[in-house]
Ligand binder design. Structure first.
Ligand code: ZN
Length: 216
């Protein structure tokens, strides 16, 4: 079984991906992780990716696709893969189709996690981290008992600049622009499923696992 999890920042797809990958014994494949691993291992494609990152440029689609293709040749992916946040564009989706076809594999299901922008902005912009011990909080969903300070070590809670509401809205806009057409690509292939992800995490996990069982 090969699954794709799509969804904007803050939708909680990463948490769901880890649970489903463990449950269905799938290799968890996220492009950020592949990129870091390839750079660390010093592979040819990894070094190429690094030259872009070192100069502050975005790693081009073609290099990302090649990294994914190389990752699919590793043994642990033979029992199935959960792609987390990839493909992000229709061009990446086509490249993934071709790579899987070459390997005699195919996508079993694409889960598109959806929530209104207002919910996503509230979730992300409420995040705080202790500047001293890195403990994570949320002003609404997991507030510190010590108010503006860390309840464990007393450190000041800080907000990542990426998590400020206006930046979050920009990140969401970029996500929608990049991914436009990816859902349709898989709808045409008959493997697309939309997941309502604005409710409690436990209920979403139950829904997702039931869908995975139906695909197995
Ligand atoms: Zn702390």
């Amino acid at each position: 079984m090969n699954l794709i999890f799509l969804g904007p920042p803050g939708v909680g797809k990463g948490t769901q991906a880890l649970q489903v990958a463990a449950y269905a014994k799938l290799a968890h494949v996220a492009t950020g992780d592949i990129l870091r691993a390839a750079v660390k291992a010093g592979t040819k494609t990894g070094l190429e990716a690094r030259s872009y990152m070192d100069s502050g440029r975005l790693v081009p689609d073609e290099v990302v696709n090649r990294l994914v293709r190389e990752r699919l040749e590793e043994k642990d992916t033979q029992g199935g893969v959960l792609f987390d946040g990839y493909p992000r564009t229709p061009a990446q989706a086509q490249s993934l189709d071709a790579a899987l076809r070459e390997l005699g594999r195919k996508i079993s299901g694409v889960f598109d996690f959806q929530a209104p922008d207002a919910v996503l902005v509230e979730r992300i912009s409420g995040r705080r981290t202790c500047g001293k011990c890195q403990k994570a909080y949320h002003v609404k969903f997991a507030p510190s008992k010590a108010g503006e300070s860390c309840e464990t070590c007393g450190g000041a809670l800080v907000q990542r600049s990426d998590d400020k509401p206006e930046t979050v809205q920009k990140r969401l806009d970029v996500y929608r622009k990049d991914t436009a057409g990816v859902g349709d690509h898989y709808r045409k292939a008959g493997v697309y499923q939309a997941i309502a992800a604005d409710g409690p995490i436990g209920a979403i996990t139950e829904d997702v696992l039931a869908r995975v069982k139906r695909l197995a």
